[in-house]
Design a protein around this ligand. Structure first.
Ligand code: F6R
Length: 260
């Protein structure tokens, strides 16, 4: 592996690994996440969906199969879920997580948590989810992807950072983007529930994975631009322990973060 570690001249809380390709990125991210999980019994793992962490999850499954990783006491909390959506719907994040991770490791499904896409009282479901995570002291490690517009979770660019888990009304743009996964745009849920920026920032450690040229501007803005709600991921510059694991393309616009 030919992985470069980039650092910022002053911002020592943020590490950036640049990998040759997606496979290498996934292996590196899985080594960081798996390594952290081995340090603590009852690890609280924050998870993301989307294409970026699929290879990381395959790496965790491999570590489990090799007997290196045990999920039996792990508790997981996902970033987000559509609302309303049934868990059996193959576009639900419950379905995604079962297919890409949970069905392949020895996690106790009673310890798996996602925002309730079917809650009768969705506002209450948000505050219950937030309280549950905060009562645990925040997640131990949060896995993140990043949108090409700099979003994290369903926290889209806006005028102010929203702290706790909340209901999001999807923009027409997001509905259009996500309609490729549904039979038609009418079937895309109009809302979602997402951990807020505060929930994410309360994680003790954060690992963000991103690959591809279409993420290069978002990565540059997140890491080297000002911290503004117009680029939600830029807030990660203020986190005390955050690692970006990127491929060459996603890292291609960085200038201030350098190998040294
Ligand atoms: C998923 C999530 C989103 C994705 C982001 C990137 O739970 O919260 O913020 O991480 O949209 O998606 P991909 O990885 O598909 O490019």
């Amino acid at each position: 592996m030919n992985i470069k570690l980039l650092t910022h001249p002053t911002m020592k809380n943020v590490r950036v690994f640049v990998c040759e390709n997606y496979d290498e990125l996934s292996e590196k991210a899985a080594a960081i996440v798996g390594g952290a999980m081995q340090q603590k019994d009852g690890f609280i793992l924050g998870l993301a969906t989307g294409s970026s962490p699929v290879g990381l999850y395959q790496g965790l499954i491999k570590q489990y199969e090799e007997g290196v990783l045990d999920f039996s006491k792990v508790k997981s909390y996902n970033l987000d879920e559509y609302y309303p959506i049934a868990p059996e719907n193959d576009q639900s994040y419950v379905y995604f997580m079962n297919k890409n991770l949970f069905d392949h490791v020895n996690i106790d499904k009673a310890n798996v948590h996602l925002p309730d896409g079917n809650a009768a009282d969705v506002e209450k479901a948000c505050s219950d989810y937030e309280k549950e995570i905060s009562d645990l002291g925040g997640v131990d490690l949060q896995v993140l992807g990043i949108g090409s517009n700099g979003h994290i979770g369903f926290n889209e660019p806006c005028d102010e950072f929203v702290g706790p888990t909340h209901v999001v009304t999807l923009t027409e743009n997001t509905i259009k983007d996500n309609s490729r996964f549904f039979a038609s745009a009418d079937l895309v849920p109009r809302k979602a529930v997402s951990m807020g920026i505060g929930t994410i920032m309360n994680a003790k450690q954060i690992v963000l994975v991103a690959n591809g040229k279409n993420k290069a501007d978002a990565i540059k803005a997140a890491l080297e631009g000002p911290v503004v709600p117009g680029v939600p991921a830029s807030v990660l510059q203020f986190h005390k322990n955050v690692t970006f694991v990127l491929d060459k393309d996603a890292a291609s616009k960085l200038e201030i973060f350098k190998e040294n």
